[in-house]
Design a protein around this ligand. Structure first.
Ligand code: S3P
Length: 208
């Protein structure tokens, strides 16, 4: 299967949704920001501080191109990934894109508690964060809305909501990896060997 790119604004639920979808389907999950941090041996905040946003966007594009060839993988992108260079075109040509569309209110309530992990928010007041979400959503939505699937990300607040959300998603999009987990071997290789030996010993026909 070609990769599934999850896109959307910061805190829209990309990691939560992506990890739960990976668990339900047996697909791999990767987070583009984590891959960048590993490769650069620095946190996203440090990369912004050292190379500026322009430097970060170049690294982000290069890593996106690298991971876009992975198979059977769910890739959670950064909030800005689809909005720079031709990243959106690239993702649409390499796999399936899914926009997790989450309301401004929900984004705000999630982001005010996590602002310190995001360089674009770290030094802003609550009101400034509210304004930024509004402004950036306006600017970014034209990119996000080019995703091939749009799904709602408000209801991901606890395990129950996450599970319900994932099963509704898999029902609506069965072409996605939904059946992949079921196509994995039902038995471990040891049990399969045992069964095979047993079958080979069992006569296939009986004559009286
Ligand atoms: C950014 C979002 C972040 C991270 C960087 C820039 C953005 O990722 O890539 O801080 O421009 O919206 P998350 O969306 O995972 O927070």
């Amino acid at each position: 299967m070609k990769p599934l790119f999850i896109i959307g604004y910061m805190a829209c639920g990309k990691t939560t949704f992506g990890q739960a979808l990976a668990e339900a389907t047996g697909l791999k999950f990767i987070d583009l920001d984590h891959i960048i941090e590993e490769r650069q041996n620095a946190s996203i905040r440090e990369i912004f501080a050292e190379k500026g946003e322009d430097g970060f966007r170049e690294i982000e594009r290069d890593m996106l191109h690298e991971v876009a060839s992975l198979h059977d993988t769910i890739i959670s992108c950064g909030g800005g990934t689809p909005c720079f260079f031709n990243n959106m075109d690239h993702m649409n040509s390499q796999g399936t894109t899914l926009w997790l569309q989450t309301s401004e209110e929900r984004l705000f309530s999630r982001l005010i508690v996590k602002r310190h992990t995001r360089p674009l928010l770290a030094d802003r007041t609550d009101n400034e964060i509210r304004d930024l979400i509004k402004k950036q959503l306006e600017a970014r939505s034209p990119f996000y809305s080019r995703a091939s699937i749009i799904w709602h990300g408000d209801l991901l607040e606890n395990r129950r909501e996450i599970d319900d959300n994932i099963s509704a998603f898999l029902k609506a999009f069965p072409i996605l990896p939904a059946n992949q987990a079921r196509s994995r071997p039902l038995f471990s290789s040891q049990i399969r060997k045992m069964l095979l030996t047993k079958l080979q010993k069992t006569p296939t026909s009986q004559t009286n």
